[in-house]
Design a protein around this ligand. Structure first.
Ligand SMILES: [Cu+2]
Length: 108
């Protein structure tokens, strides 16, 4: 009986290790299109990153946590910007030029 408990515990520890943040860290691409974000929401693990890529023919800007101020300047094809997320939470990004052009990054 004791031996069986030990085996189950070992399996649980292994399972926990597989779901640790570093194991599932990834980079997701979010595109700024005309005039919406695609996708409009992403869910990632802590330690992951989101890369914002301009993919439309209209100028858009980008405002949100960890976005450098220069991206407030409307642009058609600026250099993509990558944001790393260490902490859990919900983070909102938007283009201030187009009403309703916004998206959410969920880190959990
Ligand atoms: Cu826009």
């Amino acid at each position: 009986m004791l031996r069986r408990v030990a085996l189950v515990t070992a399996l649980m520890i292994t399972g926990a290790a597989l779901t640790a943040p570093a194991a599932n860290a990834s980079t997701r691409t979010v595109r700024l299109k005309d005039s919406f974000f695609s996708p409009a929401s992403v869910t990632v693990r802590p330690g992951s990153a989101v890369r914002f890529v301009w993919a439309g023919v209209l100028a858009h800007n980008l405002k949100g946590p960890a976005i450098p101020r220069r991206y407030l300047q409307p642009a058609v094809r600026p250099k993509p910007v990558r944001v790393a997320f260490r902490k859990r939470g919900s983070f909102r990004y938007l283009c201030t030029l187009h009403t309703g052009m916004e998206m959410t990054v969920r880190v959990r």
